[in-house]
Design a protein. Structure first.
Length: 259
C-alpha cells in the first residue's frame, strides 16, 4: 500500500522504515501509527526481508513521540494505534526478525519507547532520549515504564522517569541502552553495517535466538533453559542448519536460504 507519513524501502534483505514527518519532529498521529503498523506487518510477512531498520527523516529527531498538537486539537480519546502498538512495534511480541533503531536525533516519549522495543540501537552523537510524559500530565504507556527499568538499575531508571529528564547518546551508551554512538553523517552506514553483520548469520538461528532471549526474560534459569521454544524446533528442522555445518567443514561462506 502507498504510505503518506512514512517511507518503506527494501534493499536486498534489509527493510528501511523511515518516519517522515520532520515538520513535527517525526511525532506520530493516528494515521502515521497505522502506517507503521502496516509497515511492520509487511516486514513480518515478507520471507525475503530478514532485518529492519527504523529511523526518522531529517537530522533533528528520530521521533518526538505522540503528536500532542494533534491530540490537543482532536482529543486524547482519538489516539489510535495498530495491533503492533505505538509506532507499530511497542506491543508486537511475535516479531522475531531483528529490528535496529537508527536514532538520528530526539527520541522522546513514544519515540524512546519505539527505540527500546528494537533489538539494537545505533545513535547519532547529538541524539537524546527521554520519557517526559509526566511533564505534560501523561505517562509512558507504550512500554517505557516497563522496558526502561529492565535496561537500567532501578534507581537510575526511576530518576529519569520521575523527572522526565533527557539522557544524552553518550549516557545511553554508558548505561548499555545504545549499542554504538557515531557522528550523524555515519549513522545510516553504521546501521547498515550492523544489519549486514546480522545477515552473515543464519536467519533462522537469529530468530530462534531472539525468541529465546525475549521469552525467557524474568524466568528462573532452570525454567528458562528447560522450556520449549517453537523456533528452536524450526531451527533443527531447517536446511540452513546443515548448510552451516557443511560450510564450516568445507571452509566456505554459508549460503543461507532462510529455510
Amino acid at each position: 500500500m502507498p504510505f503518506e507519513f512514512i517511507r518503506y524501502e527494501k534493499s536486498g534483505r534489509i527493510v528501511w522504515i523511515t518516519i517522515n514527518r520532520p515538520e513535527v519532529m517525526n511525532a506520530l498521529h493516528p494515521p502515521a501509527n497505522l502506517e507503521l503498523s502496516q509497515a511492520f506487518d509487511d516486514f513480518a510477512a515478507d520471507a525475503d526481508a530478514w532485518v529492519a531498520v527504523i529511523t526518522g527523516a531529517g537530522d533533528k529527531a528520530f521521533s518526538a513521540g505522540n503528536d500532542l498538537k494533534y491530540s490537543a486539537s482532536q482529543g486524547m480519546g482519538n489516539i489510535q494505534v495498530g495491533s503492533g502498538g505505538f509506532g507499530g512495534i511497542t506491543a508486537r511480541f511475535d516479531l522475531f526478525k531483528p529490528v535496529i533503531a537508527a536514532v538520528n536525533g530526539f527520541a522522546l516519549g513514544g519515540g524512546f519507547e519505539i527505540a527500546l522495543a528494537c533489538d539494537i540501537i545505533v545513535a547519532a552523537e547529538h541524539a537524546r532520549f527521554g520519557l517526559p510524559e509526566p511533564r505534560v500530565g501523561l505517562a509512558a504507556l507504550a512500554g517505557g515504564m516497563q522496558r526502561l527499568p529492565r535496561h537500567l538499575p532501578l534507581k537510575i531508571a526511576m530518576g529519569y522517569m520521575l523527572t522526565g529528564k533527557h539522557m544524552t547518546a553518550q549516557e545511553a551508551h554508558r548505561w548499555g541502552i545504545v549499542n554504538e554512538v557515531v557522528p550523524a553523517s555515519e549513522l545510516r552506514a553504521a546501521a547498515e553495517r550492523w544489519a549486514n553483520e546480522i545477515l552473515e548469520c543464519s536467519p533462522i538461528s537469529v530468530r530462534a535466538t531472539k525468541q529465546v532471549a525475549m521469552q525467557s526474560q524474568g524466568l528462573p534459569l532452570e525454567e528458562a533453559m528447560s522450556r520449549s521454544y517453537s523456533l528452536i524446533g524450526e531451527l533443527f528442522r531447517s536446511e540452513d542448519l546443515m548448510e552451516g555445518v557443511m560450510a564450516f567443514a568445507q571452509k566456505r561462506k554459508p549460503e543461507w536460504k532462510g529455510k
